[in-house]
Design a protein around this ligand. Structure first.
Ligand code: SF4
Ligand code: SF4
Length: 500
């Protein structure tokens, strides 16, 4: 990319308001429950249950602890028999591995069914985000979800896209309490549910700094229209680069080897790479992030974000989360955060960076902000993983990890969320570890009430005992010296035991 002429981006100013607009769409908003909705914590600290990562026996399996916490925190009381229960998760970008393992979701589906609910797993379509995003169209997103093991065969219930083929199936929800947004758009499969269990994968995020359960509501439950709202599309003036991308003068134009990808990145033909520099039509832009992320992912610096954009987008996504909550009566939404594979970036990235800390554990409760605060405090207190961006930055346990890694503290979102009634930042942590008893060892196994596997095998062996059929086994004769000493020749430690 040497020796070429740099030219500033050629702007075509926004001349008139956008034609059409929301007055032509759903004048009547969806808020059948708004008179019943209100903060779940009336006063004082909200209870949050926590179970640490790791296990040494049957009962401590993370899956068993997931099920235990579901009942410990009374998430089973979020719904009644025959309620339609949305299980909200993130389906994860194509080629990403650091996402919630399907077993966690299956575990909750099993218990919702056991309690008489009718579960279905949901996620909304995303905006385009980058040139090769798989999640912007439901057909592509489902191909990725199936590849991740997110399907009806794994979960034992339907797996849906909440807002239709390309994200257009939604309801408008008014949020007069919002600090920035006054309305948003929620995918119908979320809005139509009687209750919802939100399973969050706690990790970083390059726009909201951190993503957990609130992100599942503030972006994950939003249809495309809702996501454009949360992105603050067309907020302010294009030159301020808040509701629009920030175009720099560092784009070399066609000398950039990614210029074709860059041209292909915009779903609205809002920009075009020129011989030197770019041409940009702000009236066509809807701030989908696709051009910025394509440029950033390719290591170029032609398009980016205005710094003040981030805290405003964080506050807007708290507003949007309120829109999702207002589709439900108070207490009909339960939350679990899995601080596992705590990578620095979102599950919508098509790769996974090194986790910033070892796995922390599972947090659960009914107060959204309290569960988020407990999760963030747990992640911040955790040790720093070697080789991670947190280690590169020299962070110490106790530092606000995502503030230092991504640029702003996630507590901005939580303070905004508290202000608009999404929950309380004050929490009381209840540490939960299951006790090893025969009953607890049995209760979450494959046949919790039936025969143990070994008893079943006893019956099978009675018909066909392969252990006796092949005897005597064909092997070398018993040689004491071989048994006690010969094997040590194959051992790099020559048979010595570890001294620590
Ligand atoms: S110009 Fe606007 S609409 Fe086009 S890719 Fe960039 S952010 Fe998206
Ligand atoms: S990727 Fe970035 S640097 Fe390359 S052409 Fe696009 S805006 Fe310019």
């Amino acid at each position: 990319m040497a020796d070429h002429k740099y030219e500033p981006t050629k702007w075509h100013d926004l001349k008139k308001p956008v034609e059409g607009g929301r007055d032509t769409y759903q004048k009547k908003s969806w808020n059948p429950m708004k008179h019943k909705w209100g903060p779940v914590t009336k006063k004082g600290a909200a209870p949050v249950s926590f179970s640490q990562a790791g296990a040494t026996n049957w009962t401590e399996s993370m899956i068993c602890k997931t099920k235990d916490l579901f009942y410990q925190t009374k998430l089973n009381e979020c719904f009644q028999k025959d309620d339609e229960v949305a299980i909200k998760i993130h389906y994860g970008e194509w080629n990403r591995t650091a996402i919630l393992r399907p077993e966690y979701i299956a575990a909750i589906v099993e218990e919702v069914k056991a309690c008489g609910g009718h579960p279905y797993v949901v996620n909304d379509c995303t905006l385009s985000y980058h040139t090769f995003n798989s999640m912007a169209i439901s057909q592509y997103q489902m191909e990725g979800a199936i590849r991740h093991g997110y399907n009806d065969a794994t979960f034992g219930c339907p797996v849906l896209i909440a807002d239709g083929y390309s994200g257009e199936d939604d309801y408008r929800v008014e949020i007069p309490e919002g600090l920035i947004l006054k309305e948003t758009y929620i995918g119908r499969a979320v809005a139509e549910a009687d209750a919802m269990i939100v399973l969050g994968h706690a990790r970083g995020h390059s726009i909201t700094m951190y993503g957990g359960i609130l992100k599942q509501l503030g972006i994950g439950c939003q249809s495309k229209r809702g996501k454009y709202m949360t992105h603050l599309a067309h907020w302010g003036d294009p030159h301020d680069a808040i509701g629009w991308p920030k175009f720099t003068d560092l784009c070399p134009g066609k000398a950039c080897k990614f210029h074709q990808m860059c041209d292909d990145s915009c779903p609205r033909n809002a920009h075009k790479v020129l011989e030197h520099g770019k041409e940009w039509y702000p009236e066509r832009c809807r701030l989908c992030y696709s051009c910025q992320v394509t440029c950033l992912f390719s290591g170029m610096t032609g398009i980016g974000f205005e710094d003040n954009y981030f805290p405003n987008a964080m506050i807007a996504h708290a507003d949007a989360a309120l829109g999702a909550m207002k589709c439900f009566e108070t207490g009909k939404v339960g939350f679990m955060n899995f601080a596992i594979d705590v990578c620095p970036e979102c599950d919508c990235f098509p790769w996974a960076g090194m986790p910033v800390c070892p796995d922390v554990g599972i947090y659960a409760g009914k107060d959204l902000i309290a569960v988020e605060m407990a999760t963030l405090d747990g992640i911040d207190a955790a040790p720093i993983s070697p080789g991670s961006v947190a280690a590169e930055k020299g962070l110490k346990p106790g530092d606000d990890k995502f503030y230092y890694i991504n640029g702003f503290s996630p507590r901005i979102t939580m303070a905004a969320g508290e202000k608009i009634g999404l929950g309380t930042m004050e929490y009381k942590l209840n540490n939960y570890e299951p006790v090893l008893t025969p009953e607890n060892a049995r209760k979450w196994q494959v046949r919790p009430t039936g025969k143990p596997t070994t008893v079943r095998l006893r019956e099978v062996f009675a018909h066909h005992d392969m252990t006796t059929e092949v005897m005597p086994f064909n092997r070398s004769g018993w040689d004491k010296d071989w048994v006690w000493n010969e094997w040590k020749k194959y051992d790099p430690f020559k048979g010595t035991k570890p001294d620590k």
